[in-house]
Design a protein around this ligand. Structure first.
Ligand SMILES: Nc1nc2c(c(=O)[nH]1)N[C@H]1C(S)=C(S)[C@@H](COP(=O)(O)O)O[C@H]1N2
Ligand SMILES: [Mo]
Length: 462
């Protein structure tokens, strides 16, 4: 096993290691939460005595680290003994917040832009803070954002959605027309094709928010595109493709194969139980399960049925894969099997040796996740992680695995396998086929190095 030293982007507006580490250590994982982690998991060194029986968790508990702890709360702890201000006062009135917001102690959990990645703030990306989320659902306010020309707040009363092209009866729908049709609600991930893109060039992006944060997973509600195509009498003999067009100023248009369009594509207005947020396409967006984010056209205004791919600017100039021999691959749309450990991850620090619940996410654009293996020694040995329910097709799957850190250097990796048998590749396997000049579709195994002082950083293991 060789360690490839990660290098930082040199441009002044790009990632600055100290600044980022400091910022992320406080911002990505705030001090209150770190203390809470410390109290929860700190293990008395004595508890690590060799030969202790039972699981890692049982051993940690026997050492007094998990229950009946003498570590977090010590005798005379004022937080136990003293009455708190909030126990002695009248709380806030019920209607103080007609629309709820997170606790003031959680203000560091937020979307972040990557300095230097994009030239103008409108054509930019804000990444989801994966390091601070639990389970598989992304809260609406933390869904990643990727706009080619900024977001718009479209008046739903004025919004119109057209289906035309090779159809018997072209139609224009209002939002009211759409919302009285039979609807479905399904949980799916969305991942930008450029997610993890900087790693192609061996750029050690500091945190999981920036390496993998163009990834979110929500319950979407809407009408199946197949229902609408049926209503309009789509010509399925000649109509092999559909074109989806967005209503913002970016002229976003994407070709989608008719097989995909008729399968599970949703014309959606709902996201996690409420209307879409403006940033995510309010009032209407396309949900194209398993396919890269760019095809999930926002502020959706038109679907055209046609007999050939359109080769629009967003599929002829952008979102193409440059192969080592100079060939550009077009229409590489499926997001292949991938996973990442989110806790612990880059920019965090393990505060003491002892028991940790190592947690992460796995997903595949081809269906369900079948298995996730985790290595703690850079890929020499693997253990199978627990997959939490639900395990849904084309959705994030949460995995967890017990780990007792003995204080020595470690390299954590996760490797997912999907139900079609696809296995997540090592970065060197991917580079052997795809070279290093790609931007899109990097689904390589992610490695996090743990230093003896507990600091976690991004490394590439070749
Ligand atoms: N109309 C329109 N649709 C769009 C875009 C856009 O800029 N305009 N960006 C695309 C890209 S590249 C991605 S990755 C996803 C991002 O969706 P999100 O902002 O809801 O995360 O939307 C896609 N749909
Ligand atoms: Mo994207």
């Amino acid at each position: 096993m060789t360690l490839l030293p990660g290098r930082w982007l040199k441009a002044p507006e790009s990632f600055l290691p100290e600044a980022f580490c400091r910022k992320i250590n406080t911002a990505g994982f705030n001090d209150a939460r770190r203390n809470w982690m410390q109290r929860g998991f700190k293990v008395a060194a004595a508890g690590l005595a060799a030969g202790a029986a039972g699981s890692a968790l049982a051993q940690a508990a026997a050492a007094g680290a998990v229950s009946g702890s003498t570590v977090g709360a010590t005798a005379g702890d004022p937080h136990v003994l003293e009455k708190k201000a909030w126990q002695t006062m009248l709380g806030q009135p019920v209607a103080a917040r007609p629309y709820g917001v997170p606790s003031s102690f959680e203000e560091n959990l937020k979307r972040r832009e990557s300095p230097g990645l994009t030239r103008v703030p409108q054509a930019s990306v804000a990444f989801t803070p994966l390091q601070g989320l639990f389970g598989i659902i992304t809260p609406n306010g933390l869904h990643f954002e990727r706009h080619h020309q900024g977001w718009v707040d479209v008046d739903p009363e004025q919004h119109r959605f057209m289906i035309n092209g090779l159809v018997a009866a072209p139609r224009v729908f209002t939002m009211s027309d759409l919302m009285r049709l039979p609807s479905v609600s399904r949980i799916h991930f969305i991942e930008c094709g450029a997610n993890t893109g900087l790693e192609w060039g061996n750029v050690a992006v500091p945190t999981v928010q920036y390496t993998h944060g163009m990834l979110s997973c929500c319950e979407f509600t809407g009408v199946l595109l197949s229902t609408l195509l049926d209503m309009c009498g789509a010509d399925l003999k000649r109509g092999k493709y559909v074109l989806a067009e967005g209503g913002d100023g970016s002229g976003m248009t994407r070709t989608i194969d008719m097989k995909v369009a008729l399968d599970d594509v949703i014309v959606a207005w709902g996201m996690n139980g409420e209307m879409l947020r403006p940033e995510n396409g309010y009032p209407l967006r396309l949900v194209v399960p398993g396919v890269q984010g760019v095809s999930w056209v926002k502020w959706l205004r038109r679907i055209e049925v046609g007999d050939q791919p359109w080769a629009s600017k967003d599929e002829a100039v952008h979102y193409i894969d440059l192969m080592p021999d100079g060939v550009h691959r077009q229409y590489t749309s499926v997001q292949e099997v991938k996973s990442v450990i989110t806790t612990p991850s880059g920019g965090q620090q393990l505060l003491d040796r002892g028991f940790y619940n190592v947690s992460g996410l796995a997903w595949s654009g081809r269906g369900r996740i079948k298995r996730v293996d985790v290595s703690f020694d850079g890929g020499n040995h693997w253990r199978t992680a627990r997959m939490e329910q639900p395990v849904l097709p084309k959705a994030l799957t949460r995995f967890n695995i017990d780990w007792t850190w003995d204080g020595s250097p470690a390299i954590l990796q996760s490797r997912a396998v999907d139900e079609t048998g696809h296995v997540q590749p090592a970065i060197r396997q991917l580079r052997a086929v795809r070279g290093t000049r790609s931007i899109y579709h990097n689904n390589a195994i992610q490695s996090w190095k743990i230093d003896p002082n507990g600091e976690v950083s991004n490394v590439q293991v070749g």
